[in-house]
Design a protein around this ligand. Sequence first.
Ligand code: IMP
Ligand code: MG
Length: 185
Amino acid sequence: MSLPAYVPPQKMEILFSRDQIAERVHALGTQISTDYAGQSIVLIGVLKGAAIFLSDLARSITVDNTFDFVAVSSYGRALVSSGQVKLIKDIDNPIEDKHVILVEDILDTGLTLSYLRQLMLQHKPASLKIATCLDKPDRRLVPIEADYVCFKIPNKFVVGYGMDFAERYRGVEDIRIYPDTPAGH
Ligand code: IMP
Ligand code: MG
């Protein structure tokens, strides 16, 4: 399959600027630090999209924290309704009796986080919460809500701040609206 033509990010409308993102991520970090005061937490980022959000969020959290990463296979969009998600990289360190926060770039249909939440619960953490940079509630196929959300957004396909289209644009600093809606969205 050939790559679609490259659209320069400057040509895409900004949904949230880097300053708006920084402000919200900082607010989330402060909230998390208050909620977990005196405790230790494990942040588990979902590769690759959450890597940038996690690195900013972790630097806004003032309580004792460590991080880990998981990766899941991106199910073909045609398979979305089957809910097929596969783990391709597991956590490195045990999380039993730990306070865990799953960190995602975007909560869309909810299939990925529902799967990961069930999987992580099998490790018997002391608690498990979800932080997501973006939430698209209109697209949900399974009932799941995040505990910490930077922005709720309408049903538009976005890139930047870790989020990609065909692996591109993850390093774009603002969150921008991709001009076409990719198949399946
Ligand atoms: P879901 O909640 O299982 O549908 O999957 C969420 C994942 O789909 C996210 O982690 C992203 O990788 C991807 N995704 C959903 N919406 C977008 C978008 O607008 N831009 C980029 N990736 C998206
Ligand atoms: Mg992702």
